[in-house]
Design a protein. Structure first.
Length: 142
């Protein structure tokens, strides 16, 4: 009986440990999918409300493909960054780090890999979250 109680408690603990972190995560991750015959797609959402929260749009690129990203929103604190996610090390994976007053990037993929376009609504703990609407246009050219 004692072993069974321990197993039940352990199972309950493991279920909470797995479920609880995901229940509070507000990050959004979407795979970029282009409509047939198109090289541009636009996604819309509401900006994340907390520091370090982001909406990520992942995309596979071949070395030399041109990626263009344009973020449109009324929130003056919103920004985005582009990261390579699979091969480059932590000091090399940042491809583009935008500032709130500069919301467009266009550049060539340095390697064939997966990339993540991460949209932020708040850069600093003193920023007031607006949860403003945004749209992000993603274009890939060979």
């Amino acid at each position: 009986m004692k072993n069974r109680s321990i197993r039940i408690v352990f199972a309950a603990f493991m279920a909470v440990a797995i479920v609880v972190p995901n229940a509070f995560a507000n990050d959004v991750v979407k795979k970029v999918v282009f409509p047939k015959g198109k090289n541009t797609v636009v996604y819309k959402g509401k900006l994340p409300a907390k520091v370090a929260e982001y909406h990520a749009y992942t995309i596979n690129l071949k070395k030399g493909q041109r990626l263009t990203v344009t973020l449109t929103t009324t929130d003056i604190d919103a920004s985005f960054s582009v990261y390579e996610t699979k091969q480059l090390g932590p000091d090399e994976d940042l491809i583009f780090d935008s500032k709130p007053d500069y919301r467009q990037f266009s550049g060539l993929a340095p390697i064939t890999s997966e990339y993540s376009i991460q949209i932020y609504g708040v850069k600093d703990v003193n920023d007031r979250p607006s949860r403003a609407a945004y749209s992000v246009a993603i274009t890939v050219l060979n």
